[in-house]
Design a protein around this ligand. Structure first.
Ligand SMILES: [Zn+2]
Length: 381
């Protein structure tokens, strides 16, 4: 089985290299906006949808008109056209129309790995050296990188590299294709997981991983800043100031969230063979009110995403139980469904049959574990 894995490094370009990266970012933005404008124009005037191929054909002409486009990585320019195509395809699904890019937009470009053999010598346009911690990228040449300190070598085939700029810091993400050796593991350890808001993850072993306070702090800060922003005149000096503050806080929130979630999911997948969760849909059905109080449920979908792929990488089993399974209403001690249990926000409840006092979340996690186990008996043979 083939799997794809991304490695993100901090990049340390020299002054000249920084200039070239910034220039490339500017050029890709220019291509994106130009093509989007032309597509719109052609559609409005002639009801013709300009194809990706036509856009690509136009690149050489654009380079002649604007010679500065020739100074940057041409693969990055072509990839921008592919990205625009994806953005337009997404629009049909999500109704989010592709926006023109400005300096607040996501600042990154992508280049593909190419290997050439010339006079019996191999040339690669992307070269990663984990011993000396350097990377060579098209047009940019060699640069220092930092990250994955303990990794001596990354196995697999490089597909592409994405160079990004985040508040004056530079990064490179390298996508690898790897061959995964498939093994059939008979589960010896099983875990059921209930996903929450205050506690992010609650396990059938009774452990709770809380949503760290500083994450809630960042979320509140963003909310306040957005309130402020709505009161300011658009594109005024203060407006721009708040806007970049929001962007900065988002970035901090994203990183903090990622760090915590990686730690939690790593621990769970390393120590268990069969991992069972509910679906995110279930959570939304049950805790609509509680969920809507928070800015996003991005953390929960990220946990599910990571559990899923990390399980796959380690040949472990991941399973999601049916959306309508009433994990919160069943007493995990006597298996009675407490239908009258309406207020699901109560942290503890007493079973009407066995009188057992159940912790809402741990009880749900245990039920999720059993339900998953019943549906996966074939794994044990
Ligand atoms: Zn009971």
């Amino acid at each position: 089985m083939k799997i794809y894995k991304t490695y993100k490094f901090r990049l340390y370009p020299s002054k000249e290299q920084q200039e070239l990266i910034n220039k490339t970012l500017g050029c890709t933005r220019f291509i994106y906006n130009t093509m989007l404008y032309e597509k719109e124009k052609l559609y409005k005037e002639n009801k013709i949808i300009k194809s990706k191929k036509d856009c690509l054909k136009e690149l050489p002409h654009l380079k002649q008109t604007y010679p500065w486009l020739m100074e940057v990585d041409s693969m990055a320019l072509a990839n921008t056209i592919f990205d625009l195509e994806v953005a337009i395809k997404n629009f049909y699904r999500t109704k989010n129309y592709p926006k023109y890019k400005d300096k607040y937009s996501k600042n990154s470009y992508r280049t593909n790995y190419i290997k050439n053999i010339y006079k019996n010598r191999m040339y690669e346009n992307i070269k990663l050296d984990m011993t000396n911690k350097t990377i060579t990228l098209p047009k940019l040449k060699k640069m220092k990188i930092r990250g994955y300190r303990k990794t001596k070598e990354i196995k697999g085939r490089i597909i592409n590299a994405t160079i990004s700029k985040e508040i004056n810091r530079y990064y490179v993400s390298i996508l690898y294709e790897k061959n995964l050796e498939e093994k059939n593991i008979i589960p010896k350890t099983i875990i059921g997981i209930d996903l929450g808001v205050k506690d992010l993850v609650i396990t059938s072993f009774g452990e709770k991983y809380e949503n760290k306070k500083y994450i809630t702090k960042y979320e509140k800060k963003i909310k306040n800043l957005q309130k402020w922003l709505s009161k300011k005149e658009k594109y005024s000096k203060n407006y721009c100031k708040i806007k970049s503050k929001i962007k900065e806080t988002y970035k901090k929130l994203k990183n903090a969230r990622k760090y915590i979630i990686h730690k939690i999911t790593k621990e769970i997948v390393n120590t268990n063979d069969l991992i069972i969760t509910e679906t995110l849909q279930t959570k939304k059905l049950i805790e609509k009110k509680e969920m809507s109080k928070y800015i996003s449920d991005a953390s929960l979908s990220e946990i599910i995403r990571q559990l899923e792929y990390k399980s796959k990488w380690q040949n472990k089993h991941y399973y999601q139980i049916n959306t309508y399974y009433p994990s919160s209403q069943i007493c995990s001690h006597c298996n009675t469904k407490n239908k009258e249990l309406k207020d699901l926000n109560k942290r503890k409840w007493t079973c009407s049959k066995c009188n057992n006092e159940n912790d809402r979340d741990i009880n749900a996690a245990i039920n999720i574990m059993w339900e998953g186990l019943i549906n996966n008996t074939k794994l044990f043979t």
